[in-house]
Structure formats: structure tokens, C-alpha cells
Design a protein around this ligand. Structure first.
Ligand code: TXA
Ligand code: MG
Length: 331
């Protein structure tokens, strides 16, 4: 199958929406990362997502809508806290988990009786979903275990020959996935940290719990966001550059080819060691992380040493992604 990349003209969007109606898969941009879309109401189409991505069947898919009203097509009820969150963060990088309607197959929800829904804050995504006139389920458009794609070329690298079309919407704003909040209980529970921080959620709905133990997004169980290179995460502390340099030198002595991911203003602490500057602050670090992990592979580095960050604000979500990418290897 030939995979074509399309400019997001209205004509192309209409054409590509027809593919969705015909049970094909289409990658499209959102403000977080690129999604791999399918008709959420078609078993045949949803099966293709799992096949193409190599995704475990018990990992549910987020259903994307183009208006809060559409949520009622797939969810049984819309409790007060969900409404509050929707009023504030939709469209936006928030997924809310609600009790599902029977119209959705177990395939979409991984056998759960809930569904995650989200309305992306991206003009191309909204126009595309609107043209489909269907709920569109979409995981991130990477192969399972790989870093999520934040530009169309990343999608092409993973999906070439597997899907017919990619809508090119340029670079994603956030570069990190949506925050997932379960609102089926009395107190909202964050199942996956993401582009919206817990503090921002609390400012809107008051008490918000963090998932503990077994209660998590099912996807949290699996290996994730991993480039080919090995990723080592540094613990965060003032002098972390010292141990990062030691590790780097040790690797070079062992004939490895490491690179350090660091904030721009810290670059000079690493002397003439190979570095990649990920941005001026945590938001930019989060925005660029997945792209740099892929870039490190392209440039032939075999080890990425990533600077740690403070566990606050967007730093919390960033740590989550860094720990996953590194498979928990902390130095
Ligand atoms: O920003 C995003 O959320 C992106 C864009 C494309 O919208 N999507 C995304 O999808 O990150 P994916 O499939 O890569 O991650 C979805 C996560 C998985 O960890 C899955 O287990 C969880 O959402 N999830 C989906 N439905 C759920 C549900 N009903 N209950 C709990 N977790 C759910
Ligand atoms: Mg994903």
C-alpha cells in the first residue's frame, strides 16, 4: 500500500474523511501528537488499528469528537465534574473517561465499560472529524513502543506502507499526549499525566486524585516511547551535570556513542561533549522530547542521557514520559 502525505486543504480533508467511512485508517494532526484514526463504530476498522500498530488488544482507544455534544453518542452520562472540565478544557489536551454506551464495541474500550473521549484543539483535526461525521477512535500514530509522532514525517517513518493517508498539520503544539481523567466516580482521578497539569485541573474542579497501584490507564503497563538508542534518565538535583558527565565519559571509554539531552541554558556545563538542546524550559522539553529521541536514532547515537526535571507542573508529565522511555533506568 502506498502511503501519501496530504496538505490539509478542505478538499483533501473531505477526500480523506471518505477513507474513514470506508473503514480505512488515516493519520491526522492534533495539538498533542499525531493520531491514527478509524471509524470508532466499525469493528473492521478498529481491528486494523491494533494490527497496524501491533497494539495489545486490552489497551483501549480514545474516541475523538468535534463537539462536546458528540460525546453523548458514545457515553451514557455526562456528570457535573465532567461538564466543568469540558467547559474549561474542550477543545484541548484532556481526555475524560466516562461510562460507555453499548454502541461502542469492546474492541475500542479494551473490554472496559468506560470510554475515553477527547475533543482536540486543532483546526485540521476538528475539520476532519466533522467531515467524517463519526466518532473517530485514535491512538498515537506510532508503532507500539516507539515515541509518539509530533510531525508528519515521524508518522511516515512508522506507518509507510501500512496506511493510505497522512494529513500533514505541521508540528504538534504540545508534543506530549493528553491528560486522562476518570470522572465516573465522586472525585476525578488522573489516569495518565499529560499536557494539562494536575494543578490546572484542581483549579477548575477542586479535589483531583492521582491514580495509584492498579488503577491506571491500561496503556501504562506497556513499554513506551522508546527509541532504538538506550535511554538513561538522570535523577534531578542541582549538581546532576556532574554525574551525567561521569556517565557520558564512562560510555565513551567503552566505545559507545552517547548524547546528552539538556535545557539550553545548561549546555555549557557539558563542555565539548555531544548534546542536544531540548528547549528553554520544561514545556519546551516536553514539546521536543519525542522528536529528539527519534532524531538521536537518525544521528546514530546509541545512548541518550536525559536530564531529570523537578516533579512539578508539566515536569510531572515529563518525568512520566522520561521514565517510560528509559524503561526505568535512572542514574
Ligand atoms: O493526546 C492523546 O491522547 C493522543 C492523541 C492522538 O489524541 N492519543 C493517545 O492515544 O495518546 P494512545 O492510544 O497512545 O494512548 C491512550 C491511552 C492508553 O494508555 C489507554 O490505555 C488509555 O489512554 N485509555 C483509553 N481509554 C481508556 C479508558 N476507558 N480507561 C482508561 N484508560 C483509557
Ligand atoms: Mg500512544
Amino acid at each position: 500500500m502506498e502511503t501519501k502525505i496530504y496538505e490539509p486543504t478542505s478538499e483533501n480533508i473531505k477526500k480523506i474523511a471518505e477513507l474513514i467511512k470506508n473503514d480505512e485508517l488515516v493519520a491526522f494532526p492534533t495539538e498533542t501528537v499525531y493520531g491514527l484514526g478509524a471509524n470508532a463504530l466499525s469493528t473492521k476498522a478498529v481491528e486494523k488499528i491494533f494490527e497496524v500498530k501491533n497494539r495489545p488488544a486490552d489497551n483501549p482507544l480514545i474516541v475523538h469528537v468535534c463537539s462536546p455534544l458528540q460525546i453523548m453518542r458514545v457515553a451514557m452520562e455526562f456528570p457535573e465534574k465532567a461538564r466543568l472540565l469540558a467547559d474549561h478544557f474542550m477543545p484541548g489536551p484532556l481526555t475524560i473517561v466516562l461510562e460507555k454506551k453499548p454502541i461502542l464495541s469492546d474492541l475500542v474500550t479494551g473490554g472496559l465499560n468506560t470510554v475515553g473521549v477527547r475533543m482536540p484543539d486543532h483546526p485540521v483535526a476538528l475539520e476532519f472529524i466533522n467531515a467524517c461525521n463519526l466518532p473517530v477512535c485514535a491512538p498515537s500514530a506510532n508503532l507500539s513502543t516507539r515515541p509518539s509522532p509530533t510531525i508528519a514525517r515521524h508518522v511516515f517513518d512508522d506507518m509507510n506502507g501500512r496506511i493510505p493517508a497522512i494529513l500533514d498539520g505541521g508540528q504538534c503544539d504540545f508534543g506530549i499526549e493528553s491528560t486522562i481523567v476518570d470522572v465516573t466516580g465522586k472525585v476525578p482521578v488522573v489516569l495518565r499525566k499529560g499536557a494539562i497539569s494536575i494543578e490546572e485541573l484542581r483549579a477548575v474542579v477542586g479535589e483531583v486524585k492521582e491514580a495509584t497501584g492498579e488503577i491506571h490507564a491500561p496503556g501504562n503497563r506497556y513499554k513506551h516511547y522508546a527509541p532504538k538508542a538506550e535511554v538513561l534518565l538522570s535523577a534531578y538535583y542541582d549538581e546532576m551535570h556532574v554525574s551525567i558527565c561521569e556517565k557520558y565519559d564512562e560510555l565513551v571509554a567503552a566505545c559507545k556513542k552517547p548524547v546528552i539531552l539538556c535545557l539550553n541554558y545548561r549546555a555549557e556545563m557539558y563542555g565539548d561533549r555531544e548534546i542536544m538542546e531540548v528547549g528553554k524550559d520544561y514545556a519546551e522539553y516536553a514539546h521536543n522530547l519525542f522528536a529528539f529521541l527519534r532524531y538521536a536514532d537518525e544521528r546514530g547515537y546509541d545512548t541518550v542521557i536525559a536530564e531529570g526535571v523537578k516533579n512539578e507542573g508539566i515536569g510531572e508529565s515529563l518525568i512520566n514520559r522520561l521514565i517510560k522511555s528509559s524503561g526505568g533506568q535512572v542514574i
